[in-house]
Design a binder for this molecule. Structure first.
Ligand code: UDP
Length: 325
């Protein structure tokens, strides 16, 4: 099989490329290197089953040509990371909306199976309502903050991608599946775009201050990249998944304070853990969410997904990765 991965030089895309090549497939990557890096795919460049194009998915002509050549498409190209959204809102919205529109249009024209990467951000603040619902389910309502709070632009743009994907499925019979990724972590994730684990690990290894935003009592559930790439490949080998939305995450929850302590301990670090207000990091117009924990029953039933890595192993692996760099 020949796979096209948009955003294939990024953290998740490049790990997915490795997995697909390992499984004996051909992989073509299109990436504009806005957040992706050649360094993530350099090791594949001599492989006959691998090809990459440094280009933007706004280039519809090239995109359509690559889609036509492929059997299956993974659409992972997006503007991601809370910091990027806070700093470049125009680019975020346009990349996420127009880029996905292009991918869906090209896949529809050539009738290619496609997986659209969405995000757990689309649930917004749902878990905080009325004391919070327990686990986020694909059929739950969404609850975003006001449009004056920039953070929600990411969720809104991705929600529109989901609506458009389902519209293509219903109206044009496009075989499309949507995956809502929860906090995914592992090797190649960059600290630059604000993600918490690479930031904590980098600072811990340098014995610099570990900065926890807000009171640190907000929780997240982290999924190791290998669990994610396994599920992404498995999903596209099934038939019954099209027209469906799946949470892809890990039910295990940890507070950011606990995460800071865990990283410090496992890295054997002398870092001081400090708390800083959100405004200081992101400027005005930022609103965080207190919890974000998935109900993963649907994907478990669809493909037998069971996360293999707990938070202890995840932190150890990320520390090991940074130590060797
Ligand atoms: N965070 C933090 N320190 C950092 C980076 C992030 O305390 O150096 C917090 C952030 O405010 C959020 C959580 O960690 O509450 C997860 O942040 P991340 O950007 O990794 O993902 P999010 O879940 O917000 O998309």
């Amino acid at each position: 099989m020949k796979y096209l991965i948009t955003g294939g030089a990024g953290f998740i895309g490049s790990n997915l490329a490795d997995q697909l090549i390992e499984n004996g497939h051909k992989v073509v990557v299109i990436d504009d290197l806005s957040t992706g890096r050649l360094e993530n795919i350099n090791h594949l460049s001599d492989n006959d089953n691998f090809e990459y194009h440094v280009a933007n998915i706004m280039n519809y002509g090239l995109l359509e040509y690559l889609v036509e050549q492929a059997d299956i498409v993974y659409h992972l190209a997006a503007a991601v990371g809370v910091r990027l959204i806070m700093e470049n809102p125009v680019e975020t919205i346009i990349t996420n909306v127009r880029g996905t529109e292009n991918v869906l249009e090209a896949c529809s024209k050539h009738n290619k199976k496609v997986l659209i990467a969405s995000t757990s951000e689309v649930y917004g603040k749902l878990q905080e309502l009325n004391g919070g619902i327990d686990l986020l389910n694909e059929e739950d309502d969404w609850m975003l903050g006001p449009t004056s709070k920039r953070r929600w632009a990411y969720a809104a743009s991705k929600s529109l991608d989901e609506f458009l994907s389902l519209a293509y499925y219903d109206e044009k019979k496009l075989p499309v599946v949507i995956v809502r990724l929860f906090n995914t972590v592992g090797p190649r994730q960059r600290s630059r775009y604000g993600m918490v684990l690479p930031n904590f690990v980098k600072r811990a290894l340098l014995n610099e201050k570990i900065t926890v935003h807000g009171d640190g009592e907000q929780t997240r559930s982290f999924t190791y990249i290998d669990d994610v790439t396994w599920a992404l490949t498995e999903l596209m080998e099934r038939e019954g998944v099209f027209g469906q939305i799946y949470n892809l995450g890990n039910g295990e929850e940890i507070s950011i304070n606990e995460l800071a302590e865990l990283v410090k301990e496992k890295a054997d670090s002398k870092s001081e853990i400090v708390h800083i207000p959100y405004e200081e990091v992101y400027g005005p117009g930022f609103e965080d969410m207190q919890r974000r924990t998935p109900d993963i029953t649907k994907i478990q039933e669809a493909i037998g997904y069971e996360p293999q890595y707990n938070i202890n192993e995840i932190v150890e692996r990320v520390i090991k990765y940074y130590r060797t760099r």
